[in-house]
Write a protein that binds this ligand. Structure first.
Ligand code: URP
Ligand code: ZN
Ligand code: ZN
Ligand code: ZN
Length: 485
């Protein structure tokens, strides 16, 4: 037995089990998991440490123009480095189509941008313009190239798709085994609220939360689930921020539909009171859906524990607190002119570990599922990624469960100028990161080279285990019987 690397004496945890074992790595993959393995060319002592599958960040905006043209501060280099320091060994940012662009053009652009990444990557394709060419040529080609998830927006004037467009996309996704993701908020209700608030002179950041009520999220989630279930297509509701929204996801799953839900740290660690800081500070906390309240935080913890929400993602959308980002509309913009989104790719896993695992709100195995395994399964990269098993890529995070740090922006590795989690005390941090069998970070030192990450060609969405009946209405032959035709 020859090993390039052996991780000795740690506690290994997957989404299902926790056990003491050494992990042997050769040629970039895990080749043995057992006690008492011989030393490798290099051996890491993991006594007192947790040996976990590397995190998979499946919702982040990297080197992406917003609908209004602002560019995220993080490119694929800084974004991937920050992800790595936060315990991640791969990520799936968005490749965003702007209206009029072909799918080929979009993917080419993002493939070029992503060459700098230090960790493995793929893209979810954002579709804003489902023309015939996109539906009949672009999407099938993207799918064949291993981009097997699409995202649509049910809100934002520059991104929104109509319900009819969404049905076209869902049917195309179903046909090709792709998973559709959606940002679910009712656009009209939000616009109506924004207008009403501005007319009355309410312009402070805190009114952003008022303008995006829980009802806007619940209505759109219900509609999204209805459309997806009708055509028998799987659907992932991203950044669920309300109890009502999480309940809708849970109900649909109880009925057997392939409906999934994701939530993000900001909804469990911050509240809309953070928007009420002295102007323009509140702009730092402006994201959509907006921050809610303490009661909602408790509800979302409960939904995570119950398995009603399967993904814990950062929704890292790094717009700096300056004229390139949050303050691009002026030094003290009204709430509807603040760039939406906040950074957090580096804090995603440590926050869940500290407040979730250490405080008994979720188990260590649930932590692994929420930060890694579920994303691997949903997005077609399991079991190559998302677990520690013989034959899997050696993407491993060695955590010190007892190290405490106070969160500061200077401690972050992104290209931002603030973190919304500044000052929080967090216990449990990734100490050594291994990507494809190589030590990529150790004791706070980056060892991975620029461009070390490779594109992950993903498999189709695995629909086994879900009955996705297509309703008879979609095929009149079934609905009415041959006698009517
Ligand atoms: O406010 C947010 N979340 N901005 C990023 C884009 C999105 O909607 O996910
Ligand atoms: Zn969104
Ligand atoms: Zn149903
Ligand atoms: Zn997002």
């Amino acid at each position: 037995m020859h090993f390039d690397l052996v991780i000795r004496g740690g506690t290994v945890a997957t989404a299902s089990d926790t056990f003491a074992a050494d992990v042997g790595i050769a040629g970039g993959t895990v080749t043995a998991i057992a006690r008492g393995l011989p030393d490798g060319a290099r051996t890491i002592d993991a006594t007192g440490r947790l040996v976990l599958p590397g995190g998979i960040e499946s919702h982040c905006h990297i080197e992406q123009e917003s609908a209004t043209g602002a560019m995220t501060s993080d490119d694929y280099y800084s974004g991937s480095v920050s992800a790595l320091f936060g315990g991640n060994t791969s990520f799936i940012p968005f490749a965003a189509q702007h209206r009029g662009q072909s799918v080929e053009e979009v993917l080419e652009t993002y493939h070029e941008r992503a060459k700098k990444s230090v960790i493995d990557y793929s893209f979810h394709l954002i579709i804003t313009d489902p023309s015939d060419a996109v539906l009949k040529v672009g999407l099938p080609k993207a799918f064949a190239d291993g981009v097997t998830s699409f995202k649509v927006f049910m809100t934002y004037d520059k991104m929104i798709v109509t319900d009819e467009m969404m049905l076209d996309i869902l049917v195309t996704a179903r046909e090709h085994g792709a998973l559709t993701m959606t940002h679910a908020e009712n656009n009209a209700l939000i616009k109506w609220m924004v207008k009403r608030l501005l007319e009355r002179g309410y312009t402070d950041a805190k009114y952003h939360a008022i303008s995006h009520p829980a009802a806007a999220e619940a209505e759109a989630i219900h509609r999204g689930i209805s459309l997806a279930s009708f055509v028998g297509a799987p659907l992932l509701i991203v950044h669920v921020s309300t109890d009502a929204g999480a309940r809708l996801v849970a109900n649909a799953r109880t009925e057997g539909h392939a409906i999934f839900g994701e939530t993000c740290p900001q909804y469990l660690f911050l509240t809309r009171d953070d928007l009420d800081r002295p102007a323009p500070e509140g702009a730092k906390f402006c994201c959509s859906p907006p921050l809610r309240d303490g009661r909602t935080q408790a509800d979302l913890w409960r939904h995570l524990k119950a398995g009603n929400l399967q993904l814990w993602s950062s929704d890292h959308a790094p717009y700096r607190f300056d004229a390139t980002g949050k303050l691009s509309a002026g030094p003290n913009p009204p709430f509807n002119k603040m760039a939406n989104g906040m950074p957090g790719i580096e804090m995603r896993a440590p926050l869940l570990f500290s407040e979730g695992v250490r405080k008994g709100r979720v188990s260590l195995n649930e932590f692994v599922a929420l930060t890694s395994t579920n994303a691997a399964k949903m997005f077609g990269i399991h079991p190559r990624k998302g677990t520690i098993a013989v034959g899997s890529d050696a993407d491993i995070a060695i955590w010190n469960p007892d190290e405490t740090r106070t969160v500061t922006q200077t401690g972050m590795h992104d290209a931002m100028d603030y973190t919304p989690f500044e000052g929080m005390s967090v216990t449990g941090w990734p100490e050594t990161m291994i990507t494809n069998g190589r030590v990529a970070m150790a004791d706070g030192v980056l060892l991975a080279e620029r461009g070390a990450g490779v594109f992950m060609k993903r498999a189709p969405f695995d629909a086994s285990g879900y009955q996705q009946p297509v309703p008879p209405e979609l095929d009149p032959k079934i609905a009415f019987g041959a006698k009517l035709l």
